[in-house]
Design a protein around this ligand. Structure first.
Ligand SMILES: N[C@@H](CCC(=O)N[C@@H](CS)C(=O)NCC(=O)O)C(=O)O
Length: 266
């Protein structure tokens, strides 16, 4: 039962073999935030991350994407708002503000619950995610300098204030005053970031229909990051779409990126 969102929340936890052999040893942890329509299960079943996490000795935690089953009117009406579409923010609109608090759920609750129940080294936490979850990973890392020593994203919604998915979600959860939106927009947050230097890896398929339809806008994030303490590497991957086939192809590179940065930090 989550205090932050007021319902039961599921998440996956992968423990590498060494955690079973030596349960007291504290290991680095990587959080993966999923995209629209996903539960915690999509990443576990489709990404193939396990062999890479085992190889690099990382614990991996993958939460669900929203509260569920609350009987809020409109909660299940569309794939891009409500259930499966929490957008990793704390809603302020009356109907949603009690439960749609995925930002607080991840930052204040999940990290503590994981640290209290598994042998994680909290000085070695990484965060990544896909699409809406890429937006979540980037915004959560940028808003909490020093909490995550490594950051990456797959096809993130990079500038939600300027895309249809983001405008719909932010209007619904935060209201129509756009001045309240920027604090959940990576392209705005990156310009203000003043924490430890971050090397961020972003992969994006060039045949991704959501890229073509202006939902993802990674170039806006890349441009905004120039001259900041965030060094962003945006890799355009030829022929790849938005699916988990794209994620499963590059998850090994991302886990390598996280392992390298997490193990640098002592
Ligand atoms: N048009 C799609 C949009 C949703 C979508 O593509 N979701 C992505 C994340 S933004 C996903 O990971 N889907 C689940 C899967 O592929 O397993 C739908 O209606 O299902």
């Amino acid at each position: 039962m989550s205090d932050a969102v007021g319902c039961e929340m599921k998440f996956g936890v992968f423990l590498p073999p060494s955690a079973q052999n030596n349960p007291k040893e504290k290991l680095p942890v990587l959080y993966f935030l999923s995209g629209l329509t996903c539960t915690e299960a999509n990443f576990t079943q489709k990404s193939g991350f396990q062999r890479y996490a085992a190889e690099h000795n990382l614990i991996v935690v993958n939460p669900d994407t929203s509260p569920r089953g609350l009987s809020i009117e409109g909660e299940d009406d569309s794939y891009d708002f409500g259930s499966g579409a929490g957008f990793y923010l704390d809603a302020t609109e009356e109907k949603w503000k009690k439960n749609y608090r995925m930002y607080s759920y991840i930052v204040d609750e999940l990290l503590s619950v994981v640290a209290a129940n598994f042998a994680v080294d909290t000085s070695k936490q990484g965060i990544t995610g896909h699409s809406m979850g890429g937006h979540g990973a980037l915004t959560i890392a940028l808003k909490n300098p020093g909490t995550f020593a490594s950051v990456s994203a797959f096809a993130p919604i990079s500038n939600p204030m300027e895309c249809p998915w983001g405008v719909k979600a932010f209007t619904g959860y935060l209201g129509s005053d756009r001045s309240t939106w920027a604090k959940y927009d990576a392209t705005h947050l990156v310009k203000e970031y003043n924490g430890p230097p971050l090397d961020v890896l972003v992969d994006q398929g060039d045949q991704d229909d959501f890229l073509k339809n202006g939902q993802l806008l990674p170039d806006n994030l890349l441009t905004a990051s120039v001259g900041t303490k965030v060094k962003l590497q945006l890799r355009m991957q030829e022929g790849y779409d938005h699916s988990y086939f794209f994620i499963s192809t590059f998850i090994g590179d991302h886990i390598q990126h996280h392992a390298t940065h997490l193990n640098k930090k002592n």
